[in-house]
Ligand binder design. Structure first.
Ligand code: PLP
Length: 521
């Protein structure tokens, strides 16, 4: 790996070019589209989403009311309950309070058990609670829902006969589990084939495949980063990246989401100051980002990052969990989508849980880095291999995506996904929702803000046979609770229109048509 330069030239970052001020020269500023109203930030950061004062006020009020009644109920309960003085509480006070008094009120909206494949339609098992969501009972009924909740981007979690046949044959040959790590006789021929083919698909020399996407980051990053590594991580990176960096020996600095100026500032500072205490130069600076941010629906703007990486000789690690298979004309992810040579990216990580309808994750990189991982990554040595049938599912899907099965089904699905994503996003905006993210991203978050609207919206959609994921604090900032729609190539236009009809009704019930109201300025 190239080493970071010992010291950068110490001149301050050059100021951004100013816009022409002459009224005749300046082009008429374009109004931002209504549904993605943004406020620009003074430090050159990409515009932040603007949240109207009225929404902020009512959302804070909702939390305040929930907390007030929560504390009153706690107080009354404490008067009547004896505490055991010998034991410290096992859970932290605030977490415990938040779970009992806020989350439990709405917890029927999460962890909904399902009894079918995570396909275009999913079976959600109906449950009722007689004790305010402390316990649930199944009614025995299954609610068939159009599935906007799973990451089944290319529809491979459906029963695709050619894939299913190969997976069943593989299951017959290898059984359900490898019962050993890759280093200890757990390496099936299918695993090796998958490693070879995914590396080729990603445009890299080699790849290591692990049993889980989360583990790929959580165990892969400690295998890569030593104490002379400075990791520069986007503030909205996935929990697996955050956890992986934390358990590694590397130091970490976080830059505000997508803010290239802040990223450059941190890189320059790191090069100038070197390591803490000794001030020796960092052995390597590694920028860690995602291809598509799963809570924002943003597609990584790769070109400026590549420019910075080359300018300062940093290394670049991209988590392509949501972008591999899902974007780019050939489904090769963010490099394909942005027209960047994958050789310009040092490490491309991805998962098989989204576009491939399987499980597991991979790190695609140079051969010597892969060889290093095989001997230094905990998951390669101590963790069970990805079982062979799951490898086969990913491998079969990968071959269809590339047309190696002799059909154009893969290409069609990739194009269909882009089409569906654009259509669905446009229609949500037309319905008056505030939508985050970019055109072809299959992750489409739409804002709900208020905690009461989160549960209302989710329940209204379930009543109308649409399964969605809603997300609120602490997974999002307090003010930015949202619903996250995931579209799939398997959805037909009729499915999407049915969902939009249901969403339109749910929007009315939950009052989240923010963009149409004059006071939401
Ligand atoms: C960006 C990102 N990386 C890693 C993961 C973990 O992948 P998996 O769910 O396959 O364990 C996820 C999960 O959604 C993710 O969004």
């Amino acid at each position: 790996m190239p080493r970071a330069p010992a010291r950068a030239a110490a001149s301050p970052t050059s100021p951004a070019p100013r816009a022409a001020t002459s009224p005749t020269a300046a082009p008429k500023p374009e109004k931002p589209p209504k549904a993605v109203a943004k406020a620009s930030s003074p430090d050159g950061a990409p515009p932040r989403h603007h949240i109207a004062a009225f929404i902020q006020f009512t959302t804070y009020c909702s939390y305040a009311i929930l907390m007030f009644f929560g504390y009153v109920r706690d107080f009354v309960e404490r008067l009547s309950r004896k505490r055991d003085p010998d034991y410290a509480p096992l859970v932290r006070d605030w977490d415990d309070f938040f779970t009992r008094r806020l989350y439990y009120r709405v917890r029927d909206c999460w962890n909904r058990p399902v009894n079918t494949r995570a396909g275009r339609v999913i079976g959600v098992m109906e449950r009722v609670s007689k004790d305010f969501n402390y316990t649930f009972e199944f009614t025995g009924r299954t609610i068939p829902c159009i599935n906007l909740a799973s990451y089944n981007y290319l529809g491979f979690s459906e029963d695709v006969p050619a894939v299913t046949e190969q997976v069943l044959a593989n299951l017959d040959q290898f059984g359900v589990a490898a019962c050993a790590s890759p280093a200890e006789c757990g390496r099936s021929t299918t695993l090796t084939e998958l490693e070879t083919e995914i590396a080729r698909f990603a445009g890299k020399e080699a790849a290591c495949v692990y049993a889980m996407g989360f583990v790929t980051n959580f165990s892969g990053l400690p295998g890569l980063f030593d104490k002379e590594t400075l990791v520069i991580s986007d503030s909205l990176n996935h929990a697996s990246l955050v956890a992986g960096v934390r358990v590694s020996d590397g130091r970490v600095k976080v830059f505000p989401h997508n803010n290239m100026r802040a990223l450059e500032r941190i890189i320059r500072q790191a090069i100038i100051e070197g390591q803490p205490r000794t001030h020796r130069a960092w052995a390597r600076l590694v920028i860690v980002v995602e291809g598509i941010y799963s809570m924002e629906g943003d597609i990584l703007d790769l070109a400026p990052i590549i420019a910075l990486k080359k300018k300062y000789r940093c290394l670049l690690y991209i988590d392509e969990a949501h972008s591999i298979g899902a974007i780019g004309a050939t489904g090769r992810g963010v490099c394909d989508y942005r027209g960047v040579d994958p050789r310009d990216v040092d490490i491309l990580m991805g998962t098989f849980t989204k576009s491939f309808g399987s499980i597991g994750g991979y790190i695609a990189c140079d051969k010597r880095v892969a060889d290093h991982l095989r001997t230094h990554c905990g998951a390669s040595i101590h963790g069970d291999s990805l079982h062979s049938a799951a490898c086969q599912q990913a491998l079969s899907a990968l071959r269809i995506m590339q047309g190696l099965d002799g059909t154009t089904i893969g290409r069609q699905r990739i194009a269909q996904l882009a089409d569906n994503a654009k259509y669905f996003r446009e229609q949500l905006i037309r319905l008056g929702m505030t939508v985050y993210g970019e055109g072809e991203s299959p992750v489409i978050p739409a804002m709900l803000y208020n905690p009461a609207k989160v549960s209302k919206f989710s329940r209204e959609l379930l009543k109308r046979n649409v399964a969605v994921v809603v997300v609120g604090y602490p997974a999002t900032p307090l003010l930015e609770a949202r619903v996250r729609f995931c579209v799939s190539a398997a959805h037909t236009r009729a499915d999407l229109d049915r969902c939009l009809q249901a969403i339109d009704e749910a929007i009315g019930e939950a009052c989240v048509r923010f963009e149409r109201k004059w006071w939401f300025v």
